[in-house]
Structure formats: C-alpha cells, structure tokens
Design a protein around this ligand. Structure first.
Ligand code: FAQ
Length: 336
C-alpha cells in the first residue's frame, strides 16, 4: 500500500549513499549525536540529519492518520449508543481522537512537510495508518473493546514517546496520553458494567468482541524486533525508547489481570505465567495477517479509505469558504 515520499532509506543504505558533504556538516552531525546521547530534546529549528527528519515525518504522520481513521470504527456507533450517557462519552472520545490527529499533524508540519502533502499521502493510499482500524465494530461491545484494549495498547506504546527526542512530538504526546488514559478507563468501565449487570446474551457479546479484538491489538505494536527495519535506528535516535516486543509483553501482562477482573477469557490457550521470565508466555501471532492488513487487504481497508476520501470531497466547500474569507481579511488587516 505504501511508500511515501517522506520514507527513509534503511539506515545502512542511508549511510552508504548520503556521505557528509562538508566539515561543517560533520561538526553539526557530531553535535547532534552528542545531544542525543546526552538525552537532550531537539527543537524544530535545530539542525538535524535528513533521515532523522524523514523518520519522524513518517512516524508522526502515520500516527496522525491513525487517530483520524481511528475515529471511524467507534463513530459508527454514536447513533446507536445504548444510553444518552454512553452517547455523550463516545462523542467526546471520538472528538478527542480528532484533536489528537490535529496536534500530531501540527507536530509533523514543524518538520517541513505541509498538511496538504500529509493528507494527500493518506487519501491516495500511500501512507500507512494503524492496522487495528481496519477491523469492524460489529456490536456495542466492540466499542468497549476499542477503549479497553486498543486505547490500552496505544497508551503502552505512547507513554515512552512523551520522552521522544523530538520535542514537538514529545509535547503533543503528553496531552494525548492523558486523554488516552481516560479513554481506556471508560472502555473498561463500559465492559465491566455489562459483565456485572448484563444478561447472559450481553456477556456473550462481550466475550465475542474480546475474541475479535485480542489478536489484532497484540499486533498493533508492530512486527517482532528482529523483523522491524526501523527500530534500531529509531532507538539510537531516541525516537523509540522501548522496543515493539517489550511493549507488547508489558501490554499482555497488564491485560491478563484486567481480563480476570472483567471475567472474560483472552482467546489464547497458550497464555500462561512464566515465573522464570517474570512475564506471560503467549501463543503464536499470525504475522501473515498483520502484513496482509498493512498491505491494504484487511477486512475494512477499502471502506476506511473511501470514508476519508468522501469526507475530504464533501468538505471541499468548507475549505473554499474558509480560504475566501481569509483572503477577504487580508486587505482589511493591511489597511488597519
Ligand atoms: N499498523 O520497523 P517497524 C491509537 C509498519 S493510535 C500499520 O517496527 P516503526 C489511538 C511500520 O510503519 C495508533 N503499520 O516500524 C486511538 C513500518 O512500515 P514503514 C497508532 C505498522 O515505525 C485509539 C513497518 O511496519 N500509534 O491507537 C504497524 O519503527 C482508539 C515495519 O515496522 C502510533 O502510530 C501497525 N500496527 O514502529 C485512536 C504510535 N506496526 O513505515 C482511535 C507511534 C508497524 O517503514 C481509537 N508509532 N507498522 O513503511 C510507533 O510507535 C511506531 O511507528 C510503531 C511501528 C511501533 C507503530
């Protein structure tokens, strides 16, 4: 599905084809490396290697697209929420995701790629967004599972990004993580309400949703470390602080206890505590499914992209009106 212009070369290739051009640039690179090693934050106007810029643009824009596409599966249930209270909570949550997308697009723009370019990369199918949002929300319990499991995984992955070496991204993540934490709790509470007060059929609906969302959520953390082409360089640069597999393990360990409190079974017969490792062993992840979904062939990829394209086209008149209004203000502002 993807390779956008902001893509980076693999680290080895990059160092082969992009030799430093001057002594001045070598000095800038050495200073940058020293700042990274010292745990300094890099600001938008600071010098940075081109591949650091490209890697961040790739990751932050994918992250922004995930927030925006991520509004769709839950948005699907706003009109069918079971009570006014649940509807108000869901509306607020979906609006929060839009806000997260906006902070993240703004952070990506500080690296020099325009919002229009980022949007076009999504709408033309060149840019990735999280695999998880290509799965359907078949029942109200799927909405609870997105909060409990998907937001739970998102927090696990995103808290370390609050310490990302690129300061505008790190700052955006601090606010986002606070909101994601509320999202996770509301999802858990919604499922707990059904599991403690619901009918047998409603409890079965929760279990069926957990069965659908568990494995795709475990995949959200990305490929195993030994198959993750970007990890080594991103860790070196302090963009990623914790590896895909370590985060996945932390998420699984936390979810096991939460599932026990909820009274649901996680659909992995091989899930068991390993005292020697101090962590849970788990079953084999279906990586073929993961690669298929991110290649554009998951259950809802086409539907999700079509929804974003429609929204863009239907919003054209708003953009045109905003532009016309802004152009009218310019002469008045100059005259004032
Ligand atoms: N889906 O070498 P790595 C949310 C790609 S927000 C799709 O390990 P990296 C909030 C990866 O891009 C969820 N593609 O890559 C919410 C790379 O391809 P590329 C989004 C994936 O970047 C909740 C290739 O595989 N969160 O949920 C995925 O070092 C509820 C090789 O992978 C973020 O974006 C995937 N799951 O590590 C909203 C967090 N995993 O680009 C609404 C920030 C991997 O080379 C409702 N991002 N790929 O062509 C990250 O932490 C990292 O980018 C990773 C991937 C960990 C996702």
């Amino acid at each position: 599905m993807y390779t956008q212009a902001m893509d980076t070369l693999p680290p080895d290739a990059a160092s082969n084809v992009a030799p430093l051009r001057s002594a001045e640039e070598a000095a800038l690179q050495a200073r940058f490396d020293a700042r990274i090693d010292a745990g300094d934050f890099i600001e938008a106007k600071d010098w940075m290697p081109e591949n650091y810029r490209k890697t961040l643009t790739r990751q932050i824009s994918q992250h922004a697209h995930s927030e925006i596409v991520g509004m769709l599966p839950e948005g699907n249930w706003i009109s069918r929420a079971p009570t006014l209270k649940r509807k108000a909570i869901l509306l607020a949550k979906v609006q929060d995701e839009a806000g997260h997308g906006l902070y993240l697009y703004a952070a990506a723009e500080t690296l020099g790629t325009s919002r229009d370019q980022l949007t076009q990369a999504l709408l033309t199918g060149k840019a990735k967004y999280s695999s998880i949002f290509n799965y359907p929300t078949l029942s109200w319990a799927d909405v609870g599972c997105i909060g409990w499991l998907v937001d739970g995984a998102a927090i696990m992955n995103q808290v370390p990004i609050c310490r990302c070496s690129y300061a505008p991204y790190a700052r955006a993540m601090i606010r986002i993580c606070r909101e994601e934490s509320f999202h996770q709790r509301q999802g858990f509470e919604s499922l707990l309400t059904i599991m403690t007060q619901g009918t047998a059929a409603q409890k079965a609906m929760v279990q069926a949703a957990v069965n659908r969302w568990w494995w795709p959520t475990v995949m959200m953390f990305g490929p195993p470390d030994d198959q993750s082409p970007n990890s080594a360089q991103s860790m070196r640069w302090g963009i990623k602080r914790v590896s895909n597999d370590e985060l996945r393990q932390k998420f699984i360990d936390a979810a096991v206890e939460q599932a026990r409190v909820l009274g649901v079974t996680l659909p992995d017969p091989d899930l068991q505590w390993n005292a020697a490792r101090g962590a849970h062993d788990h079953g084999t992840i279906n990586w073929a499914e993961f690669w298929q979904v991110i290649a554009g062939d998951g259950p809802c990829n086409r539907e999700r992209l079509a929804a974003r394209v429609d929204a863009w086209e239907e919003g054209a008149w708003v953009r045109e009106a905003a532009l016309a209004y802004a152009q009218k203000q310019v002469p008045e502002a100059l005259a004032a």
